[in-house]
Ligand binder design. Structure first.
Ligand SMILES: [Zn+2]
Length: 153
């Protein structure tokens, strides 16, 4: 799909030209990246490496990877951001990103009251606040890589 910006970002990772924040970890089925337009530090996205528009299109292998990946990345977010829990959401509705991607969002103990639950989506896109800077996202990516390298089985 040439008009899918998510596919273009996957291709950039395949070419090895993605910045660290946009290529934190890759598995056979999924890319773990920092959101490029969120005001919340540590807002991660698990991106299907194939162009899928619905979760029902996942292969068994892709689905089998997803559960453990959600746990593993959540543990890393707890360690790096000190969050109290993580939120999980999948819509694939933005016109540029109709491609399965799962938001995995750290919710801090002192998280803004106005961004609790589904309202956390005020902190992405054209919502509240400045997007996290590229340098800070790269720092977070480095810390997350260290946390993800720990064997937690
Ligand atoms: Zn796509």
């Amino acid at each position: 799909m040439t008009d899918c910006k998510t596919c273009a970002l996957v291709e950039r990772r395949d070419e090895g030209t993605a910045p660290p924040w946009d290529s934190i970890m890759r598995t056979p089925g999924w890319d773990v990246v920092h959101s490029y337009n969120s005001a919340l530090e540590g807002w991660l996205v698990l991106v299907a490496r194939r162009h899928l528009t619905a979760l029902a299109e996942l292969t068994d292998a892709e689905a089998d990877e997803l559960g453990p990946l959600i746990r593993r990345v959540s543990l890393a977010l707890h360690e790096v951001t000190g969050c109290a829990k993580t939120y999980l959401a999948q819509f694939a509705e933005h016109p540029d990103h109709r491609h399965v991607h799962v938001h995995l969002i750290p919710r801090a103990a002192d998280h803004p009251v106005g961004a609790i639950g589904p309202n956390v989506f005020r902190l992405i896109g054209d919502g509240v606040g400045e997007p996290v800077g590229r340098e800070r996202m790269d720092e977070l990516a480095a810390d997350l890589r260290v946390a993800l390298a720990v064997d937690r089985r």
